[in-house]
Design a protein around this ligand. Structure first.
Ligand code: HEM
Length: 328
């Protein structure tokens, strides 16, 4: 106890403050409660459906849950990007700018994979968990909002790979290396996906999204140029420090973000937007040609293409898509 008081005194002396006053404050202050720490009342005040259909609440909450998981992913991606975070004895956090430690890298990749596993497994809450008729009605009150406008999803992609791998697939091969981040940014797949094919103009959903997030996302991309997951892998590889487990973890992450999660998501779109028996397709709230746009097979978004054979790249997402649109 005496030792702790001595250390505390030193801590406050360093900034010219008095331990005595802090101890007085401690005597007077209340105990921390769970609900304050978690900000439970605030959290539970954020579900505000736009209609009276009860299932809209499920839709809102599940999106919020997903955004929180996305935030966990971003938390890990940022830690990997600054080459690991050390927390010292007195709780101070120091970025470590040396080459990333492979065990640290792997442990953070495992976390990322487990967050996406949770999202993939829980997507049934959307696919099976809402009444079809209610969904088709309340969605009309949500126009032109779309999950397409999730900035955190875009941030995860940008922090995971070199920007060129997120360029629309038709342009990817022709795109030259020496484009600036903001030039490459204009060619990203989701910008092309949200162009109205008839008018050749950007959808309103895309325009709104760009207005709110473009400068933030370009800054984000600049921050992760040379510091994204792939760059970190390459740093290690140059020093012969990579192993098969690391490659496996990166490939698993690639599959989860670019095939398995998009497929669970596509299943929900197919359930609600593809009308039974009539084969009619309902328009998406964000206005994309969703059957193609959401399908890994057509998008061929691959974070780490050089880790795969040509055959694996050709077959990217192939089997899954067949099973969704032509179930046995
Ligand atoms: C019934 C449930 C859902 C349906 C029918 C649905 C439908 C769609 C559609 C059609 C798109 C394409 C963009 C557009 O034209 O609107 C889209 C994009 C997207 N949605 Fe959903 N969605 C559902 C649930 C979710 C959930 C729970 C999330 C979680 C945040 C989400 C996140 C996204 C994201 C990130 C995109 C962009 C994907 C990309 O650019 O590849 N969606 N959604």
């Amino acid at each position: 106890m005496e030792d702790k008081i001595e250390r505390l005194k030193k801590k406050y002396d360093l900034t010219g403050q008095k331990l005595d006053s802090y101890l007085e404050g401690l005597l007077l202050s209340n105990y921390l409660s769970y609900w304050e720490y978690i900000h439970l009342d605030t959290l539970l005040s954020l579900q505000t459906p736009k209609t009276d259909f009860p299932d809209e609440k499920i839709f809102v909450i599940y999106h919020q849950i997903t955004e929180l998981y996305f935030n966990l992913c971003i938390h890990e991606l940022e830690q990997i990007s600054v080459n690991g975070i050390n927390v010292t004895d007195n709780g101070r956090i120091l970025g470590n700018n040396k080459i990333i430690d492979i065990d640290y890298f792997k442990s953070r990749l495992k976390r990322l994979n487990s967050y996406f596993d949770s999202l993939i497994q829980s997507f049934d809450i959307m696919i099976e968990g809402m009444d079809h008729d209610q969904f088709t009605k309340f969605r009309m009150a949500l126009l032109p909002a779309s999950g397409f406008q999730s900035a955190q999803y875009r941030k995860i992609e940008i922090a995971s790979t070199n920007l060129i791998n997120l360029v629309d697939k038709e342009e990817r091969d022709q795109t030259v290396d020496d484009l600036s981040v903001s030039e490459l940014f204009q060619k990203l797949y989701w910008k092309k996906g949200a162009i109205d094919l008839k008018t050749n103009k950007k959808t309103y959903t895309l325009k709104q999204f760009e207005k709110k997030y473009s400068s933030d996302l370009i800054q984000w991309a600049e921050k992760f140029e040379g510091a994204n997951l792939w760059s970190k892998y390459e740093d290690l590889k140059k020093r012969n420090l990579v192993d098969q487990e690391l490659v496996k973890l990166l490939k698993a992450f690639d599959d989860k973000v670019n095939v398995s999660w998009p497929m669970s998501h596509l299943k929900s779109a197919a359930r609600y937007l593809q009308q039974k028996n009539k084969g009619k397709v309902t328009e998406a709230t964000g206005g994309t040609n969703w059957k193609k746009y959401l399908s890994p097979r057509f998008q061929k978004r691959i974070f780490y293409p050089s880790l795969y054979t040509k055959q694996e790249i050709d077959d990217w997402g192939k089997n899954y898509v067949k099973s969704i649109f032509n179930p046995k």
